[in-house]
Design a binder for this molecule. Structure first.
Ligand SMILES: [Zn+2]
Length: 471
């Protein structure tokens, strides 16, 4: 056990955390930035820098693109414990058209114990939690008569890095990608704590805490379909719209099941903790058989669970945009179909491109050229290293009935950039949710919100992980 130098009043610390979270939500750091608010991320970065300066720290703000700010600060350990721990986050949010919200998405209303607003879950909550941990550590240094900007924080053997980026929601070129190329020391660490993991997911009365160790990668393609222009009065088979429809229907069926080691462990750990009925479902999925997986997913009552699980057990292909045609009586000679592919660890870009061609078949593929729009590598961190073990142990200490387990998310985060530097990066934004709350429904959703109670539980969890990994 690590001796904590001070007894922390977590109720007081949570009040500070909630007020910082609300301040952050009120800064509409929307990505992509709009003409009337081109600098939301920079204002958010400056807000964080102001809070850190008030704690006698010396943060850096960068603005590689006008209005796009990221912020960083380093707390020192005594240097005997190895490479730093990185607390990673992003300060941009996706747009929030207010029409269907019951509270203004940038008002940060606090109602019935919930903070409402865009970013409450993705991810100004973890920004504020990581900031609160940094402030707590800095206050411990000051209480010991030390300068938190220069002296080692009492009890820390590793440095702790706090890096909060712009542009995560739109690929990271103005944020994490720039930092990798120009300020790699802001990220260089033995391990990173990042968004979307360790949030209570209740299944059959069992509280699971899926810790993110893997993320699917993505490949978006523009498929150019070549037909023959003609007069609408004389229909022809090489109408580009008809060919595009054939392309789309050829890609609509799910890819076959492929179990990754992380998902095998996820399902087997879940099966061991679940009552017999749901355990059978988890074991059936863990068998990795395509037909059995399909039948099992079809049998799930909750379609949202089935859709999420299906995405985690295969590469996916989703045709999402079609362009064709100029006038009702002109047969189009060109069409484009844009396809969103999400790939498991182990699938490369050439592999998923080859699958598209195979699915279309040689005749259809001959009428198409496939253009890669964007590619992001899938990432996977070890599910047995020190940091993962500490995160699991601390979760169990704070919720003795809870079951931490390694998991994958079907989307990408800035972890694809820390992975380039070889940094194992974990989705760990500890929140204790009520049984009927679903984190994935809140992501980018209407009435995004987080409860003060969930934050009150998560803050000491995060602090204990930082303290223990750096001790
Ligand atoms: Zn996010």
């Amino acid at each position: 056990m690590t001796a904590t130098p001070h007894l922390v009043d977590w109720d007081v610390a949570t009040r500070t955390l909630v007020s910082m979270l609300r301040e952050l939500i009120r800064i509409p750091s929307v990505n992509p930035p709009s003409p009337d608010r081109p600098d939301g991320e920079l204002l958010a970065a400056r807000y964080l820098a102001g809070v850190l300066e008030a704690a006698e720290l010396e943060p850096d703000v960068i603005e590689p693109v006008p209005g796009r700010g990221s912020v960083h600060v380093r707390l020192r350990g005594d240097g005997t414990g190895g490479d730093p721990l990185l607390l990673l986050s992003h300060l941009d949010v996706v747009p929030a058209p207010p029409e269907r919200w019951s509270h203004g998405p940038f008002d940060a209303d606090l109602v019935d114990g919930y903070v409402y607003g865009r970013g409450a879950i993705d991810m100004k909550d973890l920004v504020a939690m990581e900031l609160a941990v940094i402030l707590q550590l800095a206050s411990e240094a000051r209480a010991a008569g030390l300068d938190p900007a220069r002296d080692p924080i009492p009890g820390l053997r590793r440095d702790v890095l706090f890096t909060c980026t712009a542009d995560e929601e739109a690929g990271g070129q103005a944020g994490a990608a720039w930092i990798v190329a120009n300020r790699p020391e802001w990220l260089a660490s033995a391990g990173a704590i990042n968004e979307s993991g360790a949030v209570t997911t209740t299944v059959a009365g069992v509280r699971f805490y899926p810790i993110g160790v893997a993320e699917k990668g993505y490949a978006a393609y523009r498929i150019h379909v070549k037909g023959t222009w003609g007069h609408g009065s004389m229909p022809r088979e090489d109408n580009a719209v008809i060919l595009a429809a054939a392309v789309i229907s050829s890609l609509a069926r799910p890819e076959p099941t492929r179990l990754t080691p992380v998902m095998t462990r996820f399902l087997e750990t879940a099966a061991d903790a679940l009552p017999p009925g749901p355990a059978r479902v988890a074991r059936a999925l863990a068998a990795g058989d395509d037909a059995l997986t399909q039948a099992t997913l079809d049998g799930l009552c909750d379609r949202r669970d089935a859709i999420a699980l299906r995405a985690l057990l295969r590469d996916t292909i989703s045709p999402d945009v079609v362009h064709a045609g100029v006038k009702y009586n002109v047969i189009p000679g060109d069409a484009t179909v844009e396809v969103d592919c999400r790939v498991l660890p182990g699938t490369t870009e050439p592999m998923i491109r080859a699958r598209l061609i195979e699915r279309m078949g040689p005749e259809l593929a001959a009428a198409c050229t496939i253009e890669l729009i964007v590619w992001g590598e899938p990432v996977e961190a070890p599910a047995d290293g020190d940091l993962f073990e500490i995160m699991s142990a601390v979760v169990r200490e704070h919720d003795p009935d809870g079951v931490p387990l390694p998991s994958m998310v079907p989307f990408a985060t800035d972890a694809k950039y820390t992975a380039e530097l070889g940094i194992p990066t974990y989705g760990f934004s500890p929140l204790r949710f009520e049984a009927d709350e679903r984190m994935l429904d809140r992501f980018h959703g209407v009435d995004e919100r987080v409860s003060v109670a969930a934050l009150r539980w998560g803050l000491p969890v995060l602090y204990d992980v930082v303290r223990r990994f750096c001790a």
